[in-house]
Design a protein around this ligand. Structure first.
Ligand SMILES: Cc1cc2nc3c(=O)[nH]c(=O)nc-3n(C[C@H](O)[C@H](O)[C@H](O)COP(=O)(O)OP(=O)(O)OC[C@H]3O[C@@H](n4cnc5c(N)ncnc54)[C@H](O)[C@@H]3O)c2cc1C
Length: 375
């Protein structure tokens, strides 16, 4: 998704682009997520600024390419608090979020039921976030790349970057690949959009980036009529997203899709690239979802899937030029928000490359920040 957004915004800015993807288009973490474009789970700070910009740019992109074609939906989010104490915490969060520019509406228990008629009666209060949106991430990736190709980009799936080309002063001037037909691709700039493998790719250029996998499971139910109308999650979700704990965390997120299936997430744990399926984690997610939507107890699961979020220790992505390797830029490490944040990331990368003043201060996202803090 992030590489496709970079290609979309760079070609739109008149740049010549080659996208190099070692697997299938949109086949990695982008194929293993839910596709939400969220403001509701963001606390004030650099990530929220990026998310606000991205939300505006996604709306513009949906208008330009056709919302239907991306399955872009302004579905809105509902956060629920089960107890009066959690409701108090949620009210404080929404007040801070409103001050930071998010449209966060405090809603009563009855209003929550009006928004979500099938929700448990065990709700104390909630918050409604009309700006929360969704896309179908693989479809959106393909559509952005199609647009980039129509504007002159070359897309090379099944082609892995194996190294970087440097000039006599050490500047990056292209990439080496495992392709017999394009073993060397010269470039004025190279953008590292390798997601969870962004650290590995940066390592090939001799620059460290501490991007680690943060595993997550999603459950998918059988197709149902429209029983869940918004993205619905519990107030604990925001704390879990912001946590740096390596241990297992689950906080329920439930939402319907256009196909009728209901997606149930999400777990978070740092266990490397361990692809094993954990029945206890799936059970916990299911039990938490039934706690919010009791009717789910009678619904069959179709499947589950898992992915590895690209996690940075400070929960911020890496965006911008790397002074340690001139010519190399990064656009990776977006953890659990890479779909939402991709539009702003691609736009900012295009601004940096074309020499335009970036719409946001990129300092919080600078690639060399991890070395500065460990020295
Ligand atoms: C369970 C779960 C739920 C999530 N829900 C959401 C959500 O609702 N909203 C949201 O915004 N985010 C969500 N995320 C996070 C989101 O999926 C990621 O942040 C996003 O997909 C990252 O996109 P990306 O393009 O950076 O990475 P990827 O999609 O992983 O793309 C990176 C690409 O780089 C390629 N690559 C790697 N190394 C090389 C190489 N050497 N040469 C060539 N190609 C290479 C890979 O093959 C891959 O296709 C979720 C994640 C998980 C796991």
């Amino acid at each position: 998704m992030v590489g496709a957004a970079c290609a979309y915004h760079c070609t739109s800015a008149g740049l010549r682009v080659t996208v190099v993807e070692r697997g299938a288009i949109g086949g990695a973490t982008t194929a293993a997520c839910e596709g939400n474009i969220l403001l509701s789970d963001k606390e004030p700070g650099a990530e929220l600024e990026l998310a606000l910009l991205s939300s505006r740019l996604w709306a513009r992109t949906a208008q330009a390419l056709g919302a239907e074609r991306l399955e872009y939906q302004e579905k809105g989010g509902v956060m629920v608090a089960a107890s009066p104490a959690t409701a108090d915490g949620l009210r404080k969060l929404t007040a801070v979020q409103r001050a930071a520019g998010i449209d966060a509406v405090d809603v009563s228990r009855d209003e929550v039921t009006g928004l979500e008629p099938n929700i448990t009666p065990e709700v104390a209060a909630g918050a409604y976030y009309p700006q929360d949106c969704q896309v179908q991430p693989v479809l959106a990736t393909a559509r952005l790349l199609r647009h980039a190709r129509e504007h002159g980009a070359t897309v090379l799936p099944g082609t892995a970057v194996t190294g970087f080309v440097r000039d006599s002063r050490g500047a990056v001037t292209g990439v080496r690949t495992d392709s017999a037909t394009a073993p060397l691709i010269p470039a004025g700039r190279v953008v590292n959009a390798a997601g969870t493998w962004g650290g590995e790719l940066a390592g090939l250029a001799g620059v460290p980036l501490p991007i680690l996998p943060r595993k997550g499971f999603i459950l998918v139910t059988e197709p149902l009529p429209r029983v869940v109308r918004h993205k619905v999650y519990t107030a604990e979700y925001v704390a879990n997203v912001a946590s740096g704990d390596a241990g297992l965390q689950t906080s329920v997120v439930v939402e319907g899709t256009r196909a009728g299936t209901v997606l149930i997430g999400a777990s978070r744990e740092r266990v490397g690239f361990d692809r094993s399926v954990s029945l206890p984690v799936l059970r916990r997610l299911a039990a938490q979802a039934i706690g919010v939507f009791p009717f789910l107890a009678e619904v069959a699961l179709l499947r589950s899937y898992l992915g590895f979020r690209p996690y940075c220790p400070d929960h911020l992505p890496v965006i911008g030029a790397d002074p340690r390797a001139p010519g190399l830029l990064h656009a990776c490490g977006h953890e659990g928000a890479g779909i939402g944040l991709s539009a702003a990331t691609g736009h900012l990368i295009a601004q940096v490359i074309t020499g335009a003043a970036p719409d946001l201060d990129l300092a919080p996202f600078r690639p060399e920040r991890f070395e500065e803090t460990t020295v």
